[in-house]
Design a binder for this molecule. Structure first.
Ligand code: G6P
Ligand code: ZN
Length: 540
């Protein structure tokens, strides 16, 4: 029943910031998925006798991929695979399930916020026993295995019916189909004051959650509607679709524009939120008031003690380097250790495992805590609802009070998407080559004080990760970061992150407040000329 199939390495199976992402059509090519899955098994030292968790965000090819992976796990001797019903699991729910069941690891099928469907993207990611994305040592081993692969094993067996909950067998391997929502919802009930949030809704508080036709629809319905009493219509685009209804399931003001229009309109509800393809990102927006992810993280850090799961306080907090320093201000005021890591949730894993950070977040709309080892979209929504249920203030009032206490870090990210890869790499390389000569020099209207290529030494295991983005500081405290995205599938994406601190004036348009930094970035990097672009494609 076990077939051994000869194959050869396929170039480019190198996991990026968050797993291997390619066009769906590429994953459908002969042996593309099989090669990578066998490379995971080979890269982690085999899966004989191991227990794995498996599920994905329901995008095109999810259902076929789950069956292939089950047959390959069975052929390589896995003891058991725990799989979400119909092959579905949100990323945070998968992380929780790995931890809850003490599994050896898990496979998550998603390209996160990238569009899906036959013309969209697909992705696959391996998570380790702590529930978090595999660290670089593991993803490198998987990549090396992909470059040396000569054969893969697969069971000849009929597909399993994954609609039916419960235990079954595939060859000698046990398969347990579980409800994707219930364990996760139970965890949320432990962390947050559901009675207080129920009372908030009962008092007439209104919510609109945009599931963007992605994985969080069923989670949001169960938690927000069934358990917390929000009206059914509070969840929009609640039915997951293989192509996300043709949308781009990235919760930011550009791609979640339908929700933004509602929230900025005359009939806006009190609170709006959205999550991405696989449910780990979040967007928070109040009536007429968008909350930038860096500020959301800082507000959560300042108020997490209002939620029962965090009443004992935070051990420490962490952010990715390009995320604004709003978090640092809260940490300083509260005497909390604060860490800056490279972009990518995996870098928080050691800090969370070692109990040195309780709360983490990124400017890329990710927020989470030590309850799982992934960022968690609905968790962030529930945290905000818990805070609002206690404070009984509007989102705008919460933000104004926060800035009055800590000051405001104006923040924006400009993305140049799908640009020529060689040109983008040359832009970064050229700037990198000049870093040690920049201090003291003018850049547009600003003056550079410090410039570095960010390198991270993990405080827990001492591992060093270099070349994680160019960070430039200016007189007056403004900061500019440039790096190339590690999650795209076409060309390159240049990200330009800008931040400046303001202690009294909180009502500026961020683009105005950051105007000098835009000019400085152009003066330093020559973005327009090198990339042939007049303006960024996405401004957050
Ligand atoms: C994924 C990762 C995040 C990361 C984000 C941005 O969502 O899980 O941790 O911040 O990608 O990555 P990029 O390399 O595209 O800026
Ligand atoms: Zn995601």
């Amino acid at each position: 029943m076990i077939q051994t199939i000869a194959t050869a390495p396929i170039a480019g199976q190198k996991p990026g910031t968050s797993g291997l992402r390619k066009k769906t059509a590429i994953f459908r090519q002969r042996a593309y998925l099989e090669n990578f899955v066998q490379s995971i098994w080979n890269g982690i030292g085999g899966i004989a006798g191991k227990v794995l968790v498996l599920g994905g965000d329901g995008r095109a090819f999810n259902a076929e991929a789950v069956q292939i992976i089950l047959k390959m796990a069975a052929a390589s001797g896995a003891a058991k695979v725990i799989v979400g019903q119909n092959g579905l699991l949100s990323t945070p729910a998968a992380s929780h399930l790995i931890r809850l069941r003490g599994a050896d690891g898990g496979i998550i099928l998603s390209a996160s916020h990238n569009p899906g469907g036959d013309d969209g993207d697909f992705g696959i990611k391996y998570n380790t026993a702590n529930g978090g994305p595999a660290p670089e040592s593991v993803t490198n081993a998987i990549f090396e295995a992909s470059e040396a692969i000569a054969e893969y094993q697969i069971l000849t067996a009929p597909d399993l019916d994954l609609a039916v909950l419960g235990l079954s067998q595939m060859g000698d391997m046990a398969v347990e189909v579980v409800d994707p929502v219930s364990d996760y919802a139970a965890l949320m009930e432990q962390l947050f004051d559901f009675a207080a949030i129920r009372a908030l809704f009962a008092s007439g508080f209104t919510l609109r959650f945009d599931a963007m036709h992605a994985i969080t629809g069923p989670y949001a319905r169960e938690i927000l509607v069934n358990r917390l009493g929000a009206p059914e219509a509070s969840v929009m685009n609640a039915v997951p679709l293989p192509d996300f209804g043709g949308g781009h399931p990235d919760p930011n003001p550009v791609w979640a524009h339908d929700l933004m229009e509602i929230m900025m309109g005359a009939q806006a509800p009190d609170f709006g939120a959205a999550s991405d393809g696989d449910g780990d990102r979040n967007m928070i927006v109040g009536r007429g008031c968008y909350v930038t992810p860096s500020d959301s993280l800082a507000v959560i850090a300042a108020n997490a003690h209002l939620a029962p799961g965090y009443a004992q306080g935070l051990a420490g907090v962490a952010r990715s380097m390009p995320t604004s320093a709003a978090l640092d201000r809260v940490a300083k005021a509260r005497g909390l250790p604060c860490f800056a890591t490279p972009t990518g949730w995996k870098f928080f894993g050691n800090l969370l495992d070692a109990g040195r950070a309780t709360l983490c977040g990124e400017e890329s709309a990710g927020t989470g805590s030590d309850h799982v080892r992934e960022k968690d979209g609905l968790w962030a929504v529930l945290m905000w609802l818990n805070i609002l249920a206690v404070k009984r203030q509007s989102v705008a009032d919460v933000m104004n009070a926060h800035w009055a206490e800590f000051g405001r870090n104006y923040y924006s990210r400009h993305d140049y998407e799908g640009v020529d890869k060689a040109a983008a790499e040359a832009l970064i390389a050229d700037l990198r080559g000049r870093l040690d000569k920049l201090a003291g020099l003018p850049a547009g209207p600003l003056t550079v004080t410090q410039a570095e290529d960010f390198s991270y030494t993990d405080p827990v295991d001492g591992s060093v990760t270099a070349a994680q983005g160019i960070q430039i500081m200016f007189e007056g405290g403004a900061r500019l970061v440039l790096r190339l995205s590690g999650t795209g599938t076409e060309g390159a994406t240049l990200r330009v992150y800008m931040e400046s601190f303001e202690s009294t004036d909180f009502d500026m348009d961020p683009q105005t407040a950051l105007g000098d930094l835009v000019l400085a970035a152009e003066a330093l990097a020559g973005i327009k000329i090198r990339l042939g672009r007049d303006a960024p494609d996405v401004v957050t």
